[in-house]
Design a protein around this ligand. Sequence first.
Ligand SMILES: [Zn+2]
Length: 317
Amino acid sequence: MNKTGYFTHPDCRRHEMGPGHPECPERLDAIEDRLLASGVGDALDRREAPEASTEIIELAHSKMLVNAIRGLQMELAEHIAAGGRGYAQIDPDTAMNPSSWSAVLHACGAVLAATDAVIAGEVQNAFCAVRPPGHHACRDRSMGFCIFNQVAVGALYALERHGLKRVAVVDFDVHHGNGTEDILAGDERVLMVGIFQHPFYPGTGSRPLGDNMVNIPVPAYTKGDRIRQMIEEQWLPRLEAFKPEMIFISAGFDAHRDDDLGQLGLVEADYTWMTERIKEIAAKYSNGRIVSSLEGGYNLGALARSVEAHVRSLADL
Ligand SMILES: [Zn+2]
């Protein structure tokens, strides 16, 4: 058993937020095409994600938020059934179409099913090719292309329902994972390590909200060699000391130098390098258990190549 699971669902592709929106369904097509063309897809244990229950989503989110999002989806469905058009707007950047509720339930369900499969030893690790992304979604608020925070849901599920004692969250998206920090700061069962462009959207992260947050804000135009050095100095010793029983990755690829939504200078080899370091920690302390979930990444070519590099490393190819 050393396979990498690949969890996705067709409804994650059906969620869309309007013409020209960078967080678009074609992101998943680009990833699928690349994995297929490169042959990496052949090595993966491909599974269809189930829906998460709202009960499990409420490990990370308030009932108020879950009910508000479900209510928005129902209003939109009525509006469309009556011949209306358009989207239900959550914030200026974030909207729902008629498939969004199902998409986000399956996005969370992918991470939960991946967690089950990894803990059961059916697969060594897993990548969840899901939309919408999740790491900006706070306990009480959806924002920044994100509705529910699948990585925070997964981490709390591993702790609460699988009885793990320590889980780590690694976030290498170009944007600070403010939602994950909001949900997990101060929870000493969790260590979160992140690196992100700063100052930048959403403006948070320079002052961590808890001792269990290792935030590395970096200025625009920082390149991979410097980022690797900071990861070696700041993430790895904390991860070593924490000895996580499982590692979740908020895998955003918008810190790639070709991605116009951010101004950092990572390339595919940097994603391979980061994944290798995470795998080393996981091999030492976590029985190899890693669940990675797609966050950002908006240049379709760079996204697809970076996901290939990340998954190739996860799968030891
Ligand atoms: Zn991002």
